[in-house]
Design a protein around this ligand. Structure first.
Ligand code: FES
Length: 108
């Protein structure tokens, strides 16, 4: 895959506030985007437990907590903090000249 051809613009950088999740529809996927200590993260926006909105979750210590039943996922890996299993997909994300872009692999 040539990643350079698959970046999708989702927002201006200033639209992603520190510690407040934003939800985006990218292709057919809902993606939750966070900024933590200035760094951007993108994770599947649909909780793998029962479909809760991860963009509405609280972020602490590099993890997002699903607002529905409290499952927690590492923003860097999508790993469930208790089981250690990679349950939530994560996506490459970058800030390029003030524009936030990400790659969703199965975007159509
Ligand atoms: S739907 Fe996310 S923890 Fe249950």
């Amino acid at each position: 895959m040539n990643a350079a051809e698959n970046w999708t613009t989702i927002a201006k950088s200033e639209e992603i506030e520190e510690g407040i999740g934003r939800e985006f529809l990218v292709g057919t996927r809902i993606v939750a985007v966070f900024r933590v200590d200035g760094q951007l993260f993108a994770i599947d926006g649909i909780c793998p437990h029962q479909g809760g909105p991860l963009a509405d979750g609280a972020v602490r210590d590099g993890c997002v907590t699903c607002p529905w039943h409290g499952w927690q996922f590492e923003l860097t890996s999508g790993r469930h903090t208790i089981s250690g299993r990679s349950l939530a997909e994560t996506f490459p994300i970058r800030n390029r000249d003030g524009i936030v872009e990400l790659i969703v692999a199965d975007e159509v």
